[in-house]
Write a protein that binds this ligand. Structure first.
Ligand SMILES: C[S@@+](CC[C@H](N)C(=O)[O-])C[C@H]1O[C@@H](n2cnc3c(N)ncnc32)[C@H](O)[C@@H]1O
Length: 242
C-alpha cells in the first residue's frame, strides 16, 4: 500500500498508523519504555548530534532574546515531550527561571526532575500525559514553549487543537519553538509505525500554524544534518501570536 499524504482539512492515515489516539500512544509508550533511558534513545541512535544540537539551540535562543529586545521574558517555559531532560537541563534551564515539563512517560518526567535536585524550584509542574490531552490553565503563563521531536506524535487536526490551546497560555510576546524532522515541500510525508511518528513537510507545518492562528517569525534549517548525513532534514520554526 502506498503512503498517503496528510490533507490540510482531514487526516488521512499512513500505513501502520493507528487512528485511535490511545492505541497510538500505547505503541509509542511501549517503544520508549522498552529502551534504555539514554540520550541515544532520545536521539534515535545519534547521540553524536547532542552537542551540536544544544549549541545550535543556544544560538537560536540568544538571537531571539536579542531580536525581541527585552520583550521576550525569561520567567516561565513549558517543554513538550521533555524525555529524560536532555534539552531541559542543557538548554532551557540556563534561560528560564521555571520550567513546566510534559512527557507521555512518567519515568521520563521523574528522571528530568532528578536532574534538578539541587535547584528545587526550577521544575514547576509536570504534566504526565500525551500532548494531545494537556490540560493547561487558560491564563498567559509561558514566555516560551519548546517542542522538539514530539509534535509528530499527533495527527494534523489534533496538532491544530493543541496549538489553539497553547495560544491561551502564551504571554503577549511569547513564542513557540518547534524543532523537528521535515521532509521537503511536495515530498511524501514519512511515518514510522514503530513509534507512530509522523514527519511533515514545512508546508504542512505552515498550514497547521496558520489554521491555529499563529504567525511564523522564523523558519531555519538545522545544521545537524551536516554532523550526521543520514539524518532527515531538520527545521526550526518559531511561532508567535498574531
Ligand atoms: C525523540 S524523543 C525527544 C525527547 C526530547 N525532546 C529531546 O529532544 O531530547 C520523543 C519524546 O516524546 C515523548 N512522547 C511521545 N509521544 C508523546 C505524546 N503523545 N505526548 C507527549 N510526549 C510524547 C517520548 O516519551 C519521548 O520522551
Amino acid at each position: 500500500m502506498s503512503k498517503k499524504k496528510e490533507s490540510s482539512e482531514m487526516n488521512e492515515r499512513m500505513e501502520g498508523e493507528y487512528e485511535d489516539a490511545k492505541e497510538r500512544q500505547r505503541v509509542t509508550r511501549n517503544y520508549y519504555s522498552s529502551r534504555p533511558k539514554t540520550f541515544d534513545t532520545m536521539l534515535g541512535g545519534y547521540t553524536q548530534v547532542h552537542d551540536a544540537d544544544i549549541q545550535e539551540s543556544n544560538q537560536l535562543l540568544q538571537s531571539l532574546f536579542k531580536q525581541y529586545n527585552g520583550k521576550l521574558g525569561s520567567s516561565h517555559c513549558l517543554e513538550l515531550g521533555c524525555g529524560i531532560g536532555r534539552v531541559t537541563k542543557n538548554l532551557l534551564s540556563n534561560y528560564f527561571e521555571h520550567i513546566d515539563i510534559n512527557d507521555l512517560l512518567e519515568e521520563y518526567c521523574q528522571q528530568t526532575r532528578t536532574l534538578f535536585e539541587n535547584d528545587e524550584n526550577k521544575i514547576d509542574q509536570s504534566f504526565v500525559c500525551s500532548i494531545g490531552d494537556l490540560e493547561l490553565n487558560k491564563f498567559p503563563k509561558y514566555d516560551l514553549i519548546w517542542a522538539q521531536w514530539v509534535l509528530g506524535y499527533l495527527d494534523g487536526d489534533d496538532l491544530v487543537s493543541l496549538l489553539r490551546k497553547l495560544k491561551l497560555t502564551l504571554k503577549k510576546n511569547g513564542l513557540i519553538v518547534i524543532k523537528d524532522n521535515c521532509v521537503g515541500n511536495g515530498q511524501e510525508p514519512e511515518f514510522d509505525p514503530d513509534d507512530q511518528y509522523y514527519v511533515r513537510s514545512g508546508e504542512q507545518f505552515y498550514d497547521i500554524a496558520h489554521r491555529a492562528g499563529f504567525i511564523l517569525v522564523k523558519d531555519q534549517s538545522s545544521k545537524l544534518k551536516k554532523v550526521v548525513r543520514e539524518l532527515l532534514p531538520i527545521r526550526i520554526f518559531v511561532l508567535a501570536l498574531k
